[in-house]
Write a protein that binds this ligand. Structure first.
Ligand code: SAM
Length: 518
């Protein structure tokens, strides 16, 4: 297995891991509710499944320097993810190392985020060596020795070899989710200095000063932190494009020129035509919230379970998700109500070089999170075709990728966990037009390797032909990374009013780009 590990392969592997975690967590949550059992570590179970199936990447020789397919700024929720992609192979140890010509050399370290705060310089990291029983309460503390990890860092200083730094971020990233700390790959550092001092446990510890190698991209997390500190985001031209219609303001940022977003009417909700009578579904009676054990009819419609984890992440892509709705007796905090509550990340629209405006988040987004709805006016397709003016903001309902291609591999790895509710939501003859009236979803651009997918959701009515179109994250998304989904156009299948084939080139910039949107 010496094929070059691509970016796509790494993303695919991590997506698969995260999907398995959500699936296992879902099973755990159903059990915990029933028996109050303590939780198994789903991350360790998921990694075991991946390992057994040979899905780990970069598993050969230890690598000094960059790891193929992993980029500076990549975020991880579970520490074992670092291991799965070959970024840091120690399960617990903070220093990973290898032997080269009989000498130990450090390859990577995981820092708990203890920065040299005096200098407020995020390019400098003071790292404490390992050993000496610093952490364990039941063992006698002792001096740290110049062996293993500590020795490897000292040797790396002498040899001037780059060391990968992964920051375990406790005070940093604004993860809305409480799944623990986020790990961020901070890039390559050089060990500049090494000394001994008396540690908090009264014994000698090793200290290492690492300095980030110049020329690497700045962490988005730092950019966001700076703009918070100075309370301005560079290039802001509209403070809130939603004009108070969303719970969190959405600003418009343009650092390229002085253009503002073209006018449109903001709506956070779908707008339905007068002929469209939407009947509320019969709700459930779960006064204390819905759960698997309470025979909730809403959960039955989802194939017997809540389609979400308790942290709000969607477990897997489905043809249709039924959330509880206005006629249900469960409280707003019911785990079966997620996308109806609206945006929960601080989103902004920004001017791109070649794709008009796009959308990104100032927060870190964990895989599976709800992002926003594609809100606009509901039209019948015929009507949409008549609106010849602007077809750039049309979303054809039922035209989503239903082949699960973004979650590939899950069913083959966990066949027993596969839900069999594969009722296709075909092209239903309805379109959402967000040209004149729309929500932030209208600004999300297409990508050939996207980080979001569109999920059909019903909650306030029962008409399967016109579900809400809700975007969810298919992977962990660092702050400021553009949010995209696959428009799913078919090449040479888009026509103008004279029946001529329309062509549009794609500027998504991903290595998988096919060159054309349609
Ligand atoms: N960029 C749009 C804007 O400024 O309002 C928001 C997205 S809008 C739903 C769809 C339009 O965005 C497309 O018709 C195309 O003009 C542009 N677009 C989206 N993704 C693109 C891509 N990958 N490459 C080139 N243009 C893209």
């Amino acid at each position: 297995n010496d094929a070059v590990v691509t970016r796509n392969k790494v993303r695919e592997t991590l997506r698969l891991f995260q999907a398995i975690c959500r699936k296992l967590l879902h099973e755990e949550e159903a059990k915990v509710k029933e028996r109050g059992k303590t939780r198994r570590r789903v991350d360790l179970q998921a990694s075991k499944i991946l390992k057994e199936k040979g899905k780990y990447v970069n598993i050969g020789e230890h690598i000094i320097g960059s790891v193929p397919g992993v980029e500076v700024g990549d975020e991880f929720i579970y520490r074992v993810e670092l291991n799965i992609v070959g970024l840091h192979r120690q399960i617990q140890g903070g220093i990973d190392y290898m032997k080269q010509d009989g000498k130990l050399l450090a390859t990577s370290i995981v820092s708990s985020g203890a920065y040299d705060d005096d200098t407020d310089n995020s390019d400098v990291l003071i790292y404490t060596g390992s050993g000496g029983n610093m952490m364990s309460g039941d063992k006698e503390p002792e001096d740290q020795k110049l062996e293993r990890g500590n020795l490897s860092l000292k040797n790396s200083m002498d040899a001037k070899n780059p060391v990968r730094v992964i920051r375990g971020d406790s005070k940093g990233a604004d993860s809305v989710d409480a799944r623990g700390r986020t790990y961020i790959y901070d890039g390559l550092y050089l060990v500049e200095k090494c000394w001994q001092e008396i540690g908090s446990h009264g014994k000698l510890v090793f200290k290492f000063k690492l300095v980030r190698i110049q020329g690497q991209p700045e962490l988005a997390w730092n950019v966001v932190k700076k703009s918070k500190k100075f309370k301005v985001r560079e290039g802001v031209c509209v403070d809130d494009i939603s004009q108070g219609k969303e719970k969190i303001p959405i600003c418009a940022v343009n650092t390229l020129n002085d253009e503002k977003p073209p006018p449109f009417k903001y709506t956070a909700r779908m707008i339905y035509p007068h002929w469209c009578r939407r009947l509320p579904p019969k709700g459930c009676d779960c006064i204390n919230g819905c759960s698997e054990s309470r025979n909730c009819p809403c959960l039955d419609k989802n194939g017997g379970g809540i389609p979400y984890n308790y942290n709000g992440a969607i477990v897997e892509a489905k043809p249709l998700v039924y959330e509880c709705g206005p006629s249900c007796k469960c409280p707003p905090s019911c785990y079966n109500r997620v996308s109806q509550h609206g945006i929960k990340f601080q989103l902004e629209i920004f001017k791109t070089e070649s794709r008009g405006w796009g959308v990104r988040s100032l927060n870190s987004i964990p895989s599976g999170s709800f992002i926003c709805e594609y809100a606009g006016e509901l039209l019948e397709e015929k009507e949409a075709e008549e609106r010849t003016g602007n077809d750039e903001y049309l979303f054809d309902i039922g035209n989503q990728l239903n082949d699960n291609s973004l979650w590939d591999g899950l069913t083959s790895l966990m066949p027993e966990a596969h839900s069999d509710a594969v009722v296709e939501v075909q092209n239903s003859g309805f379109t959402i037009d967000a040209a004149q009236c729309g929500g932030v979803g209208r600004f999300i651009n297409h990508s050939c390797s996207p980080n979001l997918y569109a999920q059909n959701v019903l909650y306030d009515h029962d008409d399967k032909r016109i579900p809400h179109v809700m975007f969810f994250a298919v992977e962990n998304i660092p702050p400021l990374q553009e949010l995209t989904y696959h428009y799913n156009y078919m090449i040479d299948q888009v026509f103008d009013s004279n029946g001529n084939i329309k062509k549009k080139s794609c500027h998504c910039g991903s290595p998988e780009c096919t060159g054309r949107m349609y």
